[in-house]
Write a protein that binds this ligand. Structure first.
Ligand SMILES: [Zn+2]
Ligand SMILES: [Zn+2]
Length: 355
């Protein structure tokens, strides 16, 4: 009796598998349509009032399938700014359900390729998703106008194709591309924007020989987020991050990079090995970032721009190294899709994951 039952169940499984294969095309079409409907329906990311940080890219120039290039979004109530836009950043923002058309601007910390190589998709989505009648504001230290000019020249033909194909109601001719809004930066921090209770301050960081190179501090309703950009440890950053709720800091683990350098040398890849040695002096180690976080008295340290790429969370302790011995607060290894929410006039930090 039992054997008969078992045989019957097996027969049913085989029949179901056979039917699935037979109707795979139809089932796939139906499932895709249902998935697309619910995906588009649930796309909105409603964060509410407060100061929010979305990590849309926590990687570096070194390829990592799980991490886009450097990309952060700071949202303060109805204002939103992207800070740096590496490759894959705009793709992540779409997957997260962030409304790119609602952006108020793109801030650049410096003009290294990995911080600007996602500008194309971001500017395109800003224009097409919201039928923007003006280019996306591009705020950065002096030199940003050259980046905007070059970008606009490179995308001029694309601009024409889009207008011809979709029409000016969808893609107004006056929109598309980027409009540079440069600011001068010296030794002292400068306020680059103050509006609706949000203050954005730029401060110089040490990323020599890359000059200018800045970080940004966002203050809103008693909460604050600081983004280091690419920065070796310096008193300028320690001062600018004073009392911040969150410090997002670039992080390069010299021990792990050293292992990469050795492997590259052993493989005869001298050029890349030289680069992996050169980059040691203009990024902070996790330990350096932890020292800054401690001196500045920040609430939480979020490591981003991870060098080298690490395959998964098992390697986080090896990446963090001894950082925890230098900082009393919490250290988070940043991941694409993390959303930190700071509600006004509290000290709480809520962390969610959207990818
Ligand atoms: Zn850099
Ligand atoms: Zn970088």
């Amino acid at each position: 009796m039992k054997r008969k039952l078992l045989f019957g169940v097996l027969l049913l499984i085989v029949a179901a598998a056979g039917l699935t294969v037979l109707f795979q095309k139809q089932i796939g079409e139906r499932l895709f349509a249902q998935g697309a409907a619910s995906r588009i329906d649930n796309a909105g990311l409603d964060l509410g009032d407060g100061l929010h940080l979305i990590l849309c890219g926590t990687g570096s120039p070194l390829p990592n399938p799980d991490r886009a290039g450097p990309c952060n979004v700071v949202v303060a109530d109805d204002q939103a700014f992207v800070v740096d836009i590496g490759e894959g950043g705009a793709r992540n923002l779409n997957l997260i359900g962030f409304d790119i058309a609602s952006l108020d601007g793109l801030l650049l910390t410096h003009f290294h390729s990995d911080h600007i190589d996602g500008m194309g998709p971001l500017a395109l989505f800003y224009w097409t998703q919201g039928s923007a009648t003006a280019p996306l504001p591009l705020i950065g230290p002096q030199g940003v106008e050259r980046v905007a000019d070059g970008f606009n020249a490179a995308y001029a033909l694309d601009h024409g194709y889009r207008v011809a194909h979709h029409g000016t109601d969808i893609v107004p001719e006056t929109g598309g591309g980027l409009r540079a809004m440069p600011f001068a930066i010296g030794e002292q921090p400068v306020v680059v924007l103050e509006r609706g209770g949000l203050r954005i301050t730029a401060f110089r960081v040490d990323h020599d020989p890359v000059r200018p190179s800045v970080g940004y501090r966002f203050d809103y309703k008693g909460r604050s987020i600081v983004i280091s950009g690419d920065a070796a440890r310096s008193p300028m950053l320690d001062r600018a991050a004073k009392g911040a709720d969150i410090l997002v800091h670039d992080a390069l683990q010299p021990g792990l990079v050293g292992a990469m350098t050795s492997a590259l040398e052993a493989d005869g890849q001298a050029n890349t090995a030289k680069i992996t040695r050169d980059i040691l002096d203009y990024h902070a180690s996790p330990e350096d970032a932890a020292r800054s976080a401690q001196v500045a008295g920040v609430g939480r340290l979020v490591l981003s721009h991870l060098v080298p790429p690490i395959p998964n969370a098992f390697f986080y302790p090896a990446f963090i190294g001894d950082a925890a011995t230098y900082f009393e607060g919490e250290i988070t290894v940043g991941e694409d899709g993390m959303v930190f929410s700071l509600m006004p006039d509290t000290s709480a930090i809520k962390l969610g994951k959207r990818l």
